[in-house]
Ligand binder design. Structure first.
Ligand SMILES: CC(C)(COP(=O)(O)OP(=O)(O)OC[C@H]1O[C@@H](n2cnc3c(N)ncnc32)[C@H](O)[C@@H]1OP(=O)(O)O)[C@@H](O)C(=O)NCCC(=O)NCCS
Length: 403
């Protein structure tokens, strides 16, 4: 019998979580419906074989910052296929249904975090941002002589954090491609959620640096106490850490990274431009692991390309090959710092590329000449150079949270 793909009903939500738990390796706690407050069930697309759920997927309705603007974005999430049904085309069927849903919602882009970088290119998603996991030993968290004076941080409780941190996040969100709007439920049920399954770590701690109009720096973190032959050698695990000024970056990082009784400080999902890389006296002491972060797929080429800003003028016809076929065609893009126009055209393209690479460049991290050198795409060198200059954005995209 063919797999049926459809949205789940509310009474199937527990089965949805159990199906996810089997594949992602967790046992969902009973009666916890916080996910229901965030994930619209009518945007799930799950697979059923003979009435039994065998795969899940969903979409958050996000507002995502792109260079110079913000757009509606289908936030692809909760994608699993049961081990009994893998490699039979179920993901492909779910992605078709999911992308049709994103299109129906009129969202010009879709975005996701991938469990593996080999999966989503075939659906036209491109790796739009990279991130770093960082590990620092507090003994080596000393700041460079060129660092600004770190501003003092203070600890706050969860209630105060819920009140004063979202406005700081929203200020940063306006500037940084890859940040997405967090609703009050998102703050309560995700960002500041203390999960029952953290085991031996503490609940979240919250710290802020005070600026003139509210906090200018923020960190949330957990600690894990450990003693080695009588010496404190615990771990600090940072969840969120962001700031609005150099002094606040220096202040919040140096407080969190230089605590007593701690041997290691870990932080995931850091941007390549995290000031910590330029603030530490001994950068080599910060161990980093780099990987692909946000994957983006354009859902409507003209709508997406005109929604963002550009760093330099460009006037180019791009031939786009969509591996799903939906968006294949040639498009004329004419943009400068004042705005952009884009429309389908019958003119011959000077650059021909897969939708995966156009989507990868979209958030402000283009590598058109580099991709041409690698043979991923073809194009006139001057057109590729102009596209690299136009699509680049400062700061580079950073999505600070996995969804
Ligand atoms: C990844 C996963 C969703 C794939 O589901 P699936 O139903 O087996 O995938 P399909 O059979 O529809 O495969 C579709 C295509 O993706 C490819 N593919 C599937 N999983 C892949 C993987 N992990 N790495 C590389 N390619 C993969 C298939 O080879 C197939 O390629 P083709 O159509 O070009 O020949 C499933 O294995 C799974 O649930 N894994 C664990 C959870 C996970 O990683 N989820 C993704 C979260 S972002």
């Amino acid at each position: 019998m063919a797999t049926e793909i459809r949205a789940v009903r509310p009474d199937e939500f527990e089965e949805f979580r159990r199906t996810m738990g089997v594949v992602f390796g967790f046992d969902p706690p009973d009666g916890n419906n916080r996910v229901l407050r965030l994930l619209p069930l009518d945007r799930t697309r799950c697979g059923f074989d003979d009435g039994r759920m065998i795969s899940t997927s969903g979409a958050y309705s996000l507002e995502m910052t792109v260079p110079g603007s913000r757009v509606a974005c289908g936030g692809t999430t909760a994608v699993v296929v049961a081990p009994t049904h893998r490699r039979q085309g179920v993901l492909r069927a779910m992605m078709r249904a999911h992308l049709d849903d994103v299109k129906e919602h009129g969202e010009p882009i879709a975005a996701l975090w991938a469990s593996d970088s080999a999966i989503y290119g075939r659906f036209g998603y491109g790796c739009a941002s990279i991130c770093h996991d960082i590990e620092i030993e507090p003994d080596h968290a000393r700041l460079s002589r060129l660092a600004p004076p770190p501003e003092p941080a203070r600890m706050i409780d969860r209630a105060e954090a819920l009140e004063i941190v979202p406005p700081l996040y929203d200020r940063l969100r306006m500037e940084i491609p890859g940040f997405f709007a967090r609703s009050p439920h998102w703050w309560e049920d995700r960002s500041f959620w203390d999960s029952e399954s953290t085991g031996s770590t503490t609940n979240l701690r919250y710290a802020v640096v005070d600026g003139e109009d509210g906090p200018s720096g923020f960190a949330s973190f957990r600690t894990k106490a450990h003693w080695d032959e009588g010496h404190g050698s615990g771990k600090v695990i940072i969840q969120d850490l962001f700031a609005a000024t150099p002094e606040a970056w220096a202040g919040i990082w140096s407080m969190v990274a230089s605590q007593d009784l701690v041997a290691r400080v870990e932080s995931g999902l850091r941007p390549s431009w995290d000031p910590i890389f330029d603030l530490l006296a001994g950068t080599r002491r910060a161990l980093t692991f780099r990987y692909d972060a946000l994957w983006v797929r354009l859902m409507d080429v003209p709508a997406a390309l005109t929604a963002r800003s550009y760093s330099a003028p460009v006037d180019v016809v791009v031939g786009v090959e969509d591996p799903l076929g939906d968006l294949s065609g040639s498009y004329l893009l004419q943009a400068d710092r004042a705005g952009a126009e884009c429309a389908p055209t019958t003119r011959d393209p000077s650059v021909v590329l897969d939708l995966e690479d156009l989507s990868a460049a979209y958030m402000g991290r283009p590598r058109f000449r580099r991709w041409a050198r690698a043979g991923r795409l073809s194009g006139a060198p001057e057109a590729l150079t102009a596209m690299d200059a136009a699509f680049a954005w400062d700061p580079e995209p950073w999505c600070p949270e996995l969804f």
